[in-house]
Design a protein around this ligand. Structure first.
Ligand code: NDP
Ligand code: 8X3
Length: 250
Protein backbone atom coordinates (compact mmCIF):
# COMPACT_ATOMS: atom_id res chain seq x y z
CA UNK A 1 0.00 0.00 0.00
CA UNK A 2 1.21 3.51 -0.83
CA UNK A 3 2.37 5.76 2.01
CA UNK A 4 0.74 9.18 2.43
CA UNK A 5 2.87 12.34 2.60
CA UNK A 6 1.41 15.60 3.97
CA UNK A 7 3.43 18.51 2.55
CA UNK A 8 2.99 22.12 3.67
CA UNK A 9 3.89 24.86 1.20
CA UNK A 10 3.43 22.61 -1.84
CA UNK A 11 2.42 25.48 -4.16
CA UNK A 12 5.98 26.56 -4.92
CA UNK A 13 9.70 25.82 -4.70
CA UNK A 14 10.90 22.98 -2.46
CA UNK A 15 7.40 21.85 -1.42
CA UNK A 16 6.11 21.63 -4.98
CA UNK A 17 9.19 19.78 -6.26
CA UNK A 18 8.91 17.37 -3.33
CA UNK A 19 5.21 16.70 -3.97
CA UNK A 20 5.97 15.90 -7.62
CA UNK A 21 8.95 13.65 -6.85
CA UNK A 22 7.33 11.74 -3.98
CA UNK A 23 4.15 11.40 -6.05
CA UNK A 24 6.15 9.82 -8.88
CA UNK A 25 7.90 7.50 -6.43
CA UNK A 26 5.13 5.65 -4.68
CA UNK A 27 3.60 8.19 -2.26
CA UNK A 28 0.04 9.57 -2.15
CA UNK A 29 0.15 13.29 -1.56
CA UNK A 30 -1.74 15.74 0.64
CA UNK A 31 -0.59 19.10 -0.74
CA UNK A 32 -1.24 22.31 1.17
CA UNK A 33 -0.78 26.05 0.65
CA UNK A 34 -2.80 29.26 0.36
CA UNK A 35 -2.83 29.76 -3.43
CA UNK A 36 -5.78 27.69 -4.66
CA UNK A 37 -4.94 28.01 -8.36
CA UNK A 38 -1.46 26.56 -7.70
CA UNK A 39 -2.99 23.69 -5.71
CA UNK A 40 -5.41 22.99 -8.59
CA UNK A 41 -2.55 23.07 -11.11
CA UNK A 42 -0.47 20.66 -9.00
CA UNK A 43 -3.46 18.35 -8.59
CA UNK A 44 -3.97 18.26 -12.34
CA UNK A 45 -0.29 17.49 -12.97
CA UNK A 46 0.15 14.90 -10.23
CA UNK A 47 -3.14 13.00 -10.60
CA UNK A 48 -1.60 11.27 -13.64
CA UNK A 49 0.93 9.68 -11.27
CA UNK A 50 -0.78 9.21 -7.92
CA UNK A 51 -3.72 10.12 -5.73
CA UNK A 52 -3.59 13.72 -4.50
CA UNK A 53 -5.75 15.61 -2.02
CA UNK A 54 -5.34 19.38 -1.56
CA UNK A 55 -6.01 21.57 1.46
CA UNK A 56 -6.02 25.36 1.40
CA UNK A 57 -5.09 26.97 4.73
CA UNK A 58 -2.70 29.45 6.30
CA UNK A 59 -0.34 27.60 8.66
CA UNK A 60 -0.32 30.58 11.03
CA UNK A 61 -4.10 30.34 11.61
CA UNK A 62 -4.42 27.59 14.21
CA UNK A 63 -8.19 27.14 13.80
CA UNK A 64 -7.84 26.87 10.03
CA UNK A 65 -5.06 24.29 10.45
CA UNK A 66 -7.17 22.14 12.80
CA UNK A 67 -10.28 22.43 10.61
CA UNK A 68 -8.30 21.44 7.51
CA UNK A 69 -6.76 18.38 9.17
CA UNK A 70 -10.12 17.37 10.68
CA UNK A 71 -11.75 17.75 7.25
CA UNK A 72 -9.61 14.97 5.75
CA UNK A 73 -11.83 12.18 4.37
CA UNK A 74 -11.44 8.77 6.05
CA UNK A 75 -9.29 7.43 3.25
CA UNK A 76 -6.80 10.27 3.84
CA UNK A 77 -6.79 10.11 7.63
CA UNK A 78 -3.55 8.13 8.00
CA UNK A 79 -0.45 10.28 7.49
CA UNK A 80 2.88 8.45 7.25
CA UNK A 81 5.15 11.36 6.39
CA UNK A 82 4.82 15.03 7.38
CA UNK A 83 7.03 17.54 5.59
CA UNK A 84 7.03 20.83 7.49
CA UNK A 85 8.15 23.03 4.62
CA UNK A 86 5.86 26.13 4.54
CA UNK A 87 7.81 29.23 5.42
CA UNK A 88 9.60 32.27 4.11
CA UNK A 89 11.83 35.18 5.00
CA UNK A 90 10.13 38.57 5.05
CA UNK A 91 12.61 41.43 4.68
CA UNK A 92 16.36 41.67 5.26
CA UNK A 93 17.11 44.63 7.52
CA UNK A 94 19.39 45.57 10.35
CA UNK A 95 17.68 44.98 13.68
CA UNK A 96 17.11 48.69 14.46
CA UNK A 97 15.18 49.10 11.20
CA UNK A 98 13.27 45.82 11.24
CA UNK A 99 9.62 45.86 10.31
CA UNK A 100 7.37 44.53 13.07
CA UNK A 101 4.88 42.99 10.61
CA UNK A 102 7.71 41.07 8.93
CA UNK A 103 8.93 39.85 12.33
CA UNK A 104 5.43 38.71 13.33
CA UNK A 105 4.96 36.93 9.98
CA UNK A 106 8.21 34.97 10.27
CA UNK A 107 7.57 33.90 13.85
CA UNK A 108 3.90 33.10 13.19
CA UNK A 109 4.53 31.12 9.99
CA UNK A 110 7.97 29.53 10.39
CA UNK A 111 7.69 28.64 14.09
CA UNK A 112 4.08 28.73 15.31
CA UNK A 113 2.75 27.42 11.98
CA UNK A 114 5.09 24.43 12.14
CA UNK A 115 3.84 23.67 15.67
CA UNK A 116 0.16 24.10 14.74
CA UNK A 117 0.49 21.60 11.89
CA UNK A 118 2.71 19.15 13.76
CA UNK A 119 0.70 18.52 16.91
CA UNK A 120 -2.52 17.11 15.39
CA UNK A 121 -0.49 15.00 12.96
CA UNK A 122 1.77 13.74 15.77
CA UNK A 123 -1.39 12.59 17.61
CA UNK A 124 -2.33 10.54 14.54
CA UNK A 125 1.19 9.08 14.25
CA UNK A 126 1.16 8.08 17.93
CA UNK A 127 -2.14 6.24 17.41
CA UNK A 128 -0.77 4.59 14.25
CA UNK A 129 2.47 3.70 16.13
CA UNK A 130 4.56 4.93 13.19
CA UNK A 131 5.44 8.07 11.30
CA UNK A 132 8.19 10.30 9.98
CA UNK A 133 8.46 14.09 10.23
CA UNK A 134 10.90 16.01 8.05
CA UNK A 135 11.36 19.64 9.10
CA UNK A 136 12.77 22.07 6.55
CA UNK A 137 15.20 24.21 8.50
CA UNK A 138 18.03 26.23 6.96
CA UNK A 139 21.70 27.05 7.24
CA UNK A 140 20.16 30.20 8.81
CA UNK A 141 19.15 27.91 11.68
CA UNK A 142 22.76 26.82 12.17
CA UNK A 143 24.53 30.20 11.92
CA UNK A 144 23.16 33.74 12.02
CA UNK A 145 24.14 36.33 9.41
CA UNK A 146 23.97 40.15 9.30
CA UNK A 147 20.41 41.49 8.75
CA UNK A 148 19.02 37.96 8.95
CA UNK A 149 18.12 38.45 12.65
CA UNK A 150 14.47 37.30 12.96
CA UNK A 151 14.53 34.88 10.00
CA UNK A 152 17.68 33.29 11.50
CA UNK A 153 15.98 33.18 14.91
CA UNK A 154 12.92 31.48 13.42
CA UNK A 155 15.10 28.84 11.73
CA UNK A 156 17.18 28.36 14.91
CA UNK A 157 13.81 27.62 16.56
CA UNK A 158 13.11 24.98 13.88
CA UNK A 159 16.57 23.49 14.54
CA UNK A 160 15.84 23.27 18.29
CA UNK A 161 12.34 21.90 17.72
CA UNK A 162 13.73 19.25 15.37
CA UNK A 163 16.09 17.94 18.07
CA UNK A 164 13.60 18.19 20.89
CA UNK A 165 10.75 16.65 18.85
CA UNK A 166 13.02 13.72 17.99
CA UNK A 167 13.68 13.14 21.70
CA UNK A 168 10.00 13.51 22.69
CA UNK A 169 8.80 11.14 19.97
CA UNK A 170 11.59 8.58 20.40
CA UNK A 171 9.40 6.54 22.76
CA UNK A 172 6.77 6.17 20.01
CA UNK A 173 9.18 5.06 17.28
CA UNK A 174 8.44 8.19 15.21
CA UNK A 175 11.36 9.44 13.11
CA UNK A 176 12.14 13.17 13.15
CA UNK A 177 14.61 14.63 10.66
CA UNK A 178 15.75 18.01 9.40
CA UNK A 179 16.95 19.22 6.03
CA UNK A 180 18.90 22.48 6.39
CA UNK A 181 19.58 23.97 2.95
CA UNK A 182 21.83 26.81 1.90
CA UNK A 183 20.87 28.89 -1.15
CA UNK A 184 18.08 27.31 -3.22
CA UNK A 185 16.68 29.22 -6.21
CA UNK A 186 12.91 29.36 -5.62
CA UNK A 187 10.41 32.15 -4.96
CA UNK A 188 12.07 32.57 -1.55
CA UNK A 189 13.97 35.79 -2.37
CA UNK A 190 11.02 37.21 -4.32
CA UNK A 191 8.97 36.91 -1.13
CA UNK A 192 11.83 38.20 1.06
CA UNK A 193 12.21 41.29 -1.17
CA UNK A 194 8.46 41.81 -1.57
CA UNK A 195 8.24 41.12 -5.30
CA UNK A 196 11.44 42.97 -6.35
CA UNK A 197 12.50 40.66 -9.20
CA UNK A 198 15.89 42.30 -9.90
CA UNK A 199 16.97 42.10 -6.27
CA UNK A 200 15.69 38.56 -6.01
CA UNK A 201 17.54 37.42 -9.17
CA UNK A 202 20.80 38.98 -8.01
CA UNK A 203 20.92 36.61 -5.00
CA UNK A 204 21.48 33.65 -7.34
CA UNK A 205 23.76 35.32 -9.91
CA UNK A 206 27.40 34.30 -10.45
CA UNK A 207 27.16 30.76 -9.08
CA UNK A 208 25.12 27.58 -9.43
CA UNK A 209 22.51 27.71 -6.69
CA UNK A 210 20.71 24.59 -5.52
CA UNK A 211 17.44 23.83 -7.30
CA UNK A 212 14.23 22.85 -5.51
CA UNK A 213 14.62 19.43 -7.20
CA UNK A 214 17.97 18.90 -5.39
CA UNK A 215 16.22 19.24 -2.04
CA UNK A 216 13.36 17.01 -3.23
CA UNK A 217 15.94 14.30 -4.14
CA UNK A 218 17.35 14.44 -0.63
CA UNK A 219 13.89 14.31 0.95
CA UNK A 220 12.95 11.27 -1.17
CA UNK A 221 16.18 9.54 -0.09
CA UNK A 222 15.53 10.33 3.60
CA UNK A 223 11.90 9.23 3.38
CA UNK A 224 12.74 5.88 1.80
CA UNK A 225 15.46 4.63 4.17
CA UNK A 226 14.78 1.35 5.99
CA UNK A 227 12.75 1.59 9.22
CA UNK A 228 15.88 1.44 11.41
CA UNK A 229 17.66 4.35 9.65
CA UNK A 230 17.03 8.05 10.36
CA UNK A 231 19.04 10.82 8.68
CA UNK A 232 18.47 13.10 11.64
CA UNK A 233 19.92 16.37 10.35
CA UNK A 234 21.35 17.13 6.90
CA UNK A 235 23.01 20.43 5.94
CA UNK A 236 23.02 20.83 2.14
CA UNK A 237 24.87 23.58 0.25
CA UNK A 238 25.48 24.41 -3.39
CA UNK A 239 29.14 23.57 -4.07
CA UNK A 240 29.91 27.29 -4.38
CA UNK A 241 28.68 27.96 -0.84
CA UNK A 242 30.74 27.20 2.28
CA UNK A 243 28.78 29.14 4.93
CA UNK A 244 25.81 31.54 5.13
CA UNK A 245 27.92 34.50 4.07
CA UNK A 246 30.56 32.72 1.97
CA UNK A 247 29.63 32.11 -1.66
CA UNK A 248 32.25 31.80 -4.39
CA UNK A 249 30.83 34.05 -7.14
CA UNK A 250 32.99 34.23 -10.23
P1 NDP B 1 8.92 29.47 -1.82
O1 NDP B 1 8.60 30.89 -1.55
O2 NDP B 1 9.12 29.05 -3.23
O3 NDP B 1 7.80 28.52 -1.17
C1 NDP B 1 7.26 28.80 0.09
C2 NDP B 1 6.04 27.92 0.30
O4 NDP B 1 5.53 28.15 1.63
C3 NDP B 1 4.91 28.24 -0.67
O5 NDP B 1 4.33 27.04 -1.13
C4 NDP B 1 3.92 29.02 0.17
O6 NDP B 1 2.60 28.74 -0.27
C5 NDP B 1 4.14 28.40 1.56
N1 NDP B 1 3.74 29.34 2.62
C6 NDP B 1 4.34 30.51 2.95
N2 NDP B 1 3.64 31.12 3.93
C7 NDP B 1 2.59 30.31 4.21
C8 NDP B 1 1.49 30.38 5.12
N3 NDP B 1 1.33 31.44 5.94
N4 NDP B 1 0.59 29.37 5.15
C9 NDP B 1 0.72 28.32 4.32
N5 NDP B 1 1.73 28.17 3.44
C10 NDP B 1 2.65 29.18 3.38
O7 NDP B 1 10.23 29.15 -0.96
P2 NDP B 1 11.08 27.80 -0.73
O8 NDP B 1 10.51 26.66 -1.46
O9 NDP B 1 12.49 28.16 -0.92
O10 NDP B 1 10.85 27.63 0.85
C11 NDP B 1 10.39 26.43 1.45
C12 NDP B 1 11.07 26.28 2.80
O11 NDP B 1 12.48 26.14 2.60
C13 NDP B 1 10.89 27.45 3.76
O12 NDP B 1 10.66 26.94 5.06
C14 NDP B 1 12.24 28.17 3.70
O13 NDP B 1 12.51 28.86 4.88
C15 NDP B 1 13.18 26.99 3.51
N6 NDP B 1 14.48 27.28 2.97
C16 NDP B 1 14.61 27.89 1.74
C17 NDP B 1 15.89 28.16 1.26
C18 NDP B 1 16.11 28.86 -0.03
O14 NDP B 1 17.24 29.35 -0.25
N7 NDP B 1 15.14 28.96 -0.92
C19 NDP B 1 17.08 27.76 2.00
C20 NDP B 1 16.82 27.16 3.28
C21 NDP B 1 15.56 26.91 3.71
P3 NDP B 1 1.40 29.82 -0.41
O15 NDP B 1 2.02 31.15 -0.70
O16 NDP B 1 0.56 29.27 -1.53
O17 NDP B 1 0.70 29.75 0.90
C1 8X3 C 1 17.34 30.43 3.24
C2 8X3 C 1 18.81 30.53 3.05
O1 8X3 C 1 20.80 32.06 3.42
O2 8X3 C 1 18.83 32.98 2.30
O3 8X3 C 1 17.04 29.87 4.48
O4 8X3 C 1 18.82 32.54 4.66
S1 8X3 C 1 19.33 32.11 3.39
Amino acid sequence: MKKTAFITGATSGIGRATALLLGKNGFRIIATGRRQERLDELKKELSKETEIHTLNFDVSDQKAVLNAIESLPKEWATIDLLINNAGNAHGLASIENGNMEDWEAMIDINVKGLLYVSQPIIQKMITQKSGHIINIGSVAGKEAYPNGNVYCASKHAVDALNSSMRMDLNKYGIKVSQVAPGLVETEFSLVRFKGDEDRSKSVYEGFDALKAEDIADLILFMATRPAHVNLADVLIFPTAQAASTMVNKS
